[in-house]
Every structure is written in C-alpha cells, then in structure tokens.
Design a protein around this ligand. Structure first.
Ligand code: AVJ
Ligand code: FE
Length: 432
C-alpha cells in the first residue's frame, strides 16, 4: 500500500467506526445515556467520552505531540482508576459535552493524519496507532451493544434477521497431529498480544464443526446440568450456587429469552450466547467433551494442510465480507449453524469468526517473545490465570477488531458479553 492508500484507509475506518458509536449513543435519550443499566457496565456516555479520551492520549498527544484538547478529564476516563460500578458517581461530561469533545478530538486527528509522516516506516508501524484506535473504539462499540442488551425498556436498535442455514454443520472435524504457525508478525494492525508468530505442535484432536446451539444447551439444562456438581469445576460450582445460575443470561426458563428489548421464543439452531466460562466448561463436561485450548481453536481456524501455512481467516486471506461471517452488528443475534458455508475453514469448521465469542480453556498469557506495545496496560497487566481467552468475535464485533489471530479475554464469571462455546476432545487412538 502507498502512503496515500494507508491514509485513505485509516480515514475511512475512523469514519465508519464513528458512525457506529454515534448510532449506538443516539438511539437512546439523554437520561438513558447517563444511567447505569447494570453495575457490570459503564453509562454509555462514559464509553463515548472514553473513546475520545484514548484517541486524544494515543494520537493527538503521543503520535502528534500536540497540545491536549482537555487535560483536566483524563482521570475520569482512565479505566484503571475507577471500576465500572463507580463511574456514574463521577463528574462526567454530559451527553452534549461528550459528543462535542469526541468530535473536536477527531477533527485534530484527521488533521494529524494528513501531516504525520508514515513514509519510510516499517509496514507494521504504518498507521498502527490509528488502527489501534479504530479497534479500541470498535471494542467499546461492542461493549455499548452489550449495555443495550442489558437495558430495560422497549427496543431501540433496528434488527435485521440473520441469514438461514444453507449447509449442514454438525459433527466434528478431525485435525491431524502436527505443527502450525500461531499468532502473527505480519498482520499490520495486530495487537501486541497476537505477536509474534511462533510454531506450536499439537497432537491430533477433534473439534465441533459448529458452535453449541440453544437446542443442545437446553438439553443440558433439562438434564439437570445446573444441579449436578459432577459437571462443574470446584470454583464453577461455587459460582453457580452463589450466583443462582439456572441457564444462560437473558433466558426466562420458559423457552423464551429477551434480546435487545424483545422477548422471543428461543431459536433452537442458533449458537447459545451469554454463558460464562464456568457454564461453558460444565456443558462440555456433560457432553463428554472439553473446551478447546486456544491453540486448538486457532489451528482449526487458520491451518491450511494443502500449503502448511496459517491463513488470516478460516476462508483465506481476504478481509471478511458479508457472506463469510456474522460480524459488525448487521444482525442482533447469532445466525443458525450452517448459515455461513463460505466462511468455513479448510477442515470444514464453520462459524469460527462472528456469531459468538468462543470460550477456550486457556489462560490469557503472552506468546513466547511477547513485547508489550505500546503500553503494558493494553494486554500485559491482564496476563494470568484470572482471565480466560475467547476467540473468533461475535455478531457485535466489527471486522476491524476480529481475525484468526485476535484474542479477547475476560473473567470466568462474565456472561454479559456475547459469549458461547464449541467443544473439542483429544483424538481417541482408534481415530488418530
Ligand atoms: C479486549 C475486550 C477485554 O474491553 O476491556 C477496551 C478491550 N481495552 N479498552 C476491554 C479494551 C481497553 C478489552 N477487551
Ligand atoms: Fe477502553
């Protein structure tokens, strides 16, 4: 790409992303913007100004070396200083102020984008800081979408139904033993935790060709899975009891769930969503399976046995198109399994990208050779057993913040995110 292409691409991505943030925050009135819809979430107006504040810190001040737009509000929008539950009590910018602030930061950034030298820098650096800001805003847009799901009241977001299933996606795929390249050193906008590319050798395993559906999960519920400690880890059972879990979040126990203000019958062949890591693990144990490791997930998604190399996406190296995956909030739900045959991997594994984030069994850790960039606070401070890795993105994830190497993480109790699972198992000797 030439310098001009990079600038045009960045400008288009910034623009597209801001349209989404604006739609998510313009959909509700000012009272709803400042209200806390759940102690798990920030008020929407916090996310909006936080997005602007990060953009000011990383681009206006760090990359551009410019004067602060506002140097008096950084502490309000520092996610490490105030837990989400406390944010409504802060003297936050109001809706009109937050909108004006993010707009004036953006104006400075577009000006900067025209002037900052990109020429002569390694490709990895070209536009990276801008790409990181696009991904940061898109991640907060997904968080704001999760806040919308927690909001009480009538629906405010338009919901186009997802496409129907057009292919069979049942059963398991066998992934033969052998090495593959995990992570990336080449993807220009890959974040520090996706780097560097490194070889991982895995024994043979089987992985579900589709995420676990609502129908299958209902069987687990109906079989008394929530009342049987056999399927749960010790911590998981403890959490199950203390939190009084009886089924996925937003299920009512009568065959209906509420999605973005609409109470509807549960669609049986859609991937189950809003389960925590403990529930995912218990389901897998009940089904005689286990969660895949992060490496198993990525090999199933990226490894091409014909060439021996790892692809950017299951379908190849092309950026996601509508026919590949349910991404970008085009639909307000996962799509039925078998709806995206064009997005399947070489091993015939479907819907790895989009629909629901998939819990893996892995702790969030740095790859061998990891180097924090640009700040330790982006990923490194979250490394450790308390965070579990999710892969693949959801219907609410934008294509800019999702790829075969992209890693998400959260606490094992969290389920307000768009999280589901697929199962795996080690290959029995007779199949290997
Ligand atoms: C990668 C989704 C866990 O939301 O905490 C947003 C992304 N980092 N602002 C999060 C992020 C800083 C992060 N997750
Ligand atoms: Fe953030």
């Amino acid at each position: 790409m030439t310098d001009l292409d990079v600038r045009a691409l960045v400008a288009a991505e910034l623009d597209r992303t801001r349209l989404r943030s604006t739609a998510l925050t313009d959909a509700v009135d000012d009272d709803d913007l400042v209200r806390q819809h759940s102690p798990l979430m920030s008020p929407l107006v916090w996310d909006l100004a936080h997005v602007g504040n990060q953009e000011e810190l990383w681009l206006v001040r760090d990359v551009g070396g410019r004067e602060p737009v506002r140097d008096d509000i950084d502490h309000l929008y520092d996610a490490f200083k105030h837990p989400r539950a406390d944010r409504p009590q802060l003297p936050l910018l109001g809706p009109a102020q937050a909108r004006a602030y993010t707009r004036s930061v953006r104006d400075k950034v577009l000006d900067l984008l025209d002037r900052v030298p990109l020429e002569g820098r390694p490709l990895v650096e070209r536009g990276f800081a801008f790409g990181m800001i696009v991904q940061h805003e898109q991640q907060h847009d997904e968080t704001m979408l999760a806040t919308h799901q927690l909001r009480a009241g009538p629906p405010v977001l338009p919901a186009a139904p997802p496409p129907p299933a057009t292919a069979a996606a049942g059963g398991e795929a066998l992934i033969p033993a052998g090495p593959f390249t995990m992570g990336t050193s080449a993807e220009p906008w890959a974040l520090d935790n996706e780097r560097p590319a490194h070889t991982v050798d895995l024994p043979a395993y089987l992985i579900d060709r589709a995420p676990v559906t609502n129908a299958r999960y209902q069987e687990f519920v109906d079989a008394g899975g929530y009342d049987d400690p056999r399927w749960w880890s010790a911590d998981g059972w403890d959490h199950r009891r203390r939190a009084g879990l009886t089924g996925p979040m937003h299920w009512h126990g009568d065959g209906t769930y509420t999605r973005f203000g609409r109470r509807e019958p549960i669609v049986p062949d859609e991937p189950v969503v809003h389960v925590c890591w403990y529930e995912a693990q218990a389901f897998a144990a009940w089904a005689g399976r286990r969660l895949p490791t992060e490496a198993e997930w990525e090999k199933a998604a990226r490894f091409d046995p014909a060439t021996g190399r790892s692809r950017r996406y299951p379908w190849g190296d092309d950026d996601p198109r509508e026919r590949h995956a349910n991404l970008g909030q085009r639909h307000l739900s996962p799509a039925p399994v078998g709806a995206y045959p064009d997005g399947a991997s070489p091993a015939g594994v479907h819907q790895l990208i989009g629909d629901v984030w998939e819990w893996t069994s892995s702790d969030f850790r740095g790859y061998p050779g990891f180097a924090a960039f640009p700040y330790e606070e982006y990923s490194k401070v979250f490394f450790g057993p308390e965070h579990k890795v999710l892969r693949g993105g959801s219907f609410g994830t934008d294509r800019a913040a999702c790829r075969g190497t992209f890693r998400n993480w959260d606490y094992p109790v969290r389920r307000q995110i768009f999280s589901g699972l697929r199962c795996a198992r080690s290959c029995p000797p007779e199949l290997a």
